[in-house]
Design a protein around this ligand. Structure first.
Ligand code: 1GP
Length: 254
């Protein structure tokens, strides 16, 4: 028997959350990783996500192992392929790239990964993954061989997210791509959030507190920050205060 669904319950708790994305290819030193873990503990971040669309270094296992031994923050795999599974992780975004038409990323990789996942204790989080045009070419679009949804086509985003939900996906992740010039627009976030019932994750190009605030106010339940943390560690503290205030309001605590 698998354990119950603690991660999914956390995602579905109606509160705002922050996830830090660690790309194994961006790993520099153990010292820097430990600093990031300390910072994440003080900022009370909710999740670490580890992974990326192209992994060329063998650092993922070390990163996950180090996090698991230094804090209680859950580690969620953000895999680019079925080869990127690590049983030490707490959960996996079982991503189906529903904005694309690449069968490998809609079902193929999942078939390869399913037996290992079934035998593991990793909590599987079925996720409809949608690429949205962020104004520049991104690794994820190139590596997946798929065309992102145009940034101003809210109706396509809504229909795609709804299809994902009707197929049984438990989370929807709208992604402008790591380092996107333009994050997913508040208008698209709101349009999709108004139509779906499941938690909405937003990532790609969120590099200021204002962009984080806009995404949350538009309806994001979780925001994912990757690149920006390396450049400005204070951002994490700022966004954490923001989330804290928003959650206090949601819980009506003053
Ligand atoms: C990418 O959404 C994540 O998959 C994070 O993007 O690196 O731009 O924050 P950034």
């Amino acid at each position: 028997m698998k354990k119950s669904n603690p991660l999914y319950q956390q995602f579905d708790n109606q509160l705002k959350s922050i996830a830090i994305l660690i790309d194994p290819d961006e790993y520099t030193t153990l010292e820097n990783l430990l600093k990031l873990i300390d910072l994440s503990i003080s900022a009370k971040i909710d999740y670490f996500m580890v992974g990326g669309s192209l992994i060329t270094k063998d650092t993922q296992q070390l990163i996950i192992h180090t996090i698991k031994h230094n804090c209680e923050i859950p580690v969620i795999l953000f895999p680019g392929s079925s080869m990127h599974i690590d049983v030490e992780a707490d959960g996996i975004l079982f991503l189906s790239l529903i904005s694309g038409r690449n069968p490998e990323l809609l079902i193929g990789q999942h078939v390869s990964a399913a037996p290992l996942l079934k035998r593991s204790n990793i909590e599987v989080l079925p996720t409809g993954y949608m690429l949205i045009n962020g104004g520049n070419d991104t690794s994820v679009s190139y590596m997946s061989g798929t065309t992102p949804i145009p940034a101003d086509k809210n109706s396509i985003a809504i229909a795609t997210a709804l299809a994902g939900q009707l197929l049984g996906m438990k989370l929807i992740y709208m992604e402008a791509g790591s380092g996107a010039n333009i994050p997913v627009s508040p208008s698209m976030i709101q349009a999709v959030k108004d139509e779906i019932d499941c938690p909405l994750i937003i990532g790609g190009g969120i590099n200021t507190k204002e962009k984080a605030k806009q995404a949350f106010e538009a309806g994001a339940d979780v925001i994912v920050i990757g690149n920006a943390i390396e450049k400005d560690p204070n951002l994490l503290i700022e966004v954490s205060h923001l989330v804290d205030n928003m959650n206090r309001e949601l819980l009506n605590i003053h």
